[in-house]
Design a protein around this ligand. Sequence first.
Ligand code: PLP
Length: 348
Amino acid sequence: MSEFNLNNSIRENIKGLQPYSSARDEYVSDGTEMVFLDANENPFENGVNRYPDPQQRNLKAVLAEQKGVNANNILLGNGSDEVLDLIFRAFCEPKVDNIISLPPTYGMYKVLSGINAVENREVLLTKDFQLDTKGILNAVDGNSKVIFICSPNNPTGNTINESDILYLLNNFDGLVVIDEAYIDFSDKDSWLKRLDGFPNLIVTQTLSKAYGLAGIRLGLCFASSQIIAVLNTIKPPYNVNELTQKRALEQVLKTGVLQMEVGQILVEKECLLKVLHEVSYIKTIYPSDANFILVEVDDANKRYNQLLKKGVVVRNRTTQPLCANTLRFTIGTKIENEKLITALKEIA
Ligand SMILES: *Cc1c(COP(=O)(O)O)cnc(C)c1O
């Protein structure tokens, strides 16, 4: 077992950083009527003439309660893509450090490593899209700062085995990020419950998928209060705008809507799965705990274009490693799925 030491993980220039102190950081309203002449805002009320709360306190309070963590274990970002970028910028020294990513997986880890000039060491998943834990630890060296694990994984849909993630958490002395963008569709446990046990664990989630709020950009990051404090020092002060905070708060309070919509999507997913089994040119249907299904077809490029002509846009993943001739179908409404089903049958 190796020991994780947060201080060894933080970039030198970040350790001593004095964060920008905004007007809303220096005077935090306690609810008393005050005259705010500190931020050079336009005083005429229009709903958004004031800067938003840089710490999103109201939203975090509700999320903390719903997710069973403390508010100081949460950082919010402009989508989880911003959260992932902050992790690079806090912990990975450009041109020195490296990260480990596990294709086929979400493309942003690679893109962000490129943007941040941090080497991306790729270790392929196994044939059944699980972790090659030996291969991963072989790829690790003293400059490996983060392993990115996506579970349920995009584009494959499967959940990564708990025992393999545990093995990495215990044997890798850097950070392990578990991207749970699709966790709300899964009946498997979130890693959030285990934050306390692992000082090197970061869990990311998003309101872009199950919550139906891709357009407002809100990403969630959960970790020890020490890790969150580091990320807080480098985040742009007003990274989550007022409209997003308001809309997100409204939506997370409507817990019935989330349950109902996820429930319907899962019912639709079962209907679609039944039909997929009957389509002759679909060779493999991969198990999915997410709101999409990856299938292997006879010729992905051909089938993709045929579906396009029928007015249905799916994702062609054929160029991804281990994903030759695969298409990814997002679960839509009943009507949308029926259009997909009709098109799949017509092109047979
Ligand atoms: C869709 C998706 C996200 C969402 O990113 P946002 O920036 O929050 O919209 C994150 N991770 C994975 C794996 C995804 O598929």
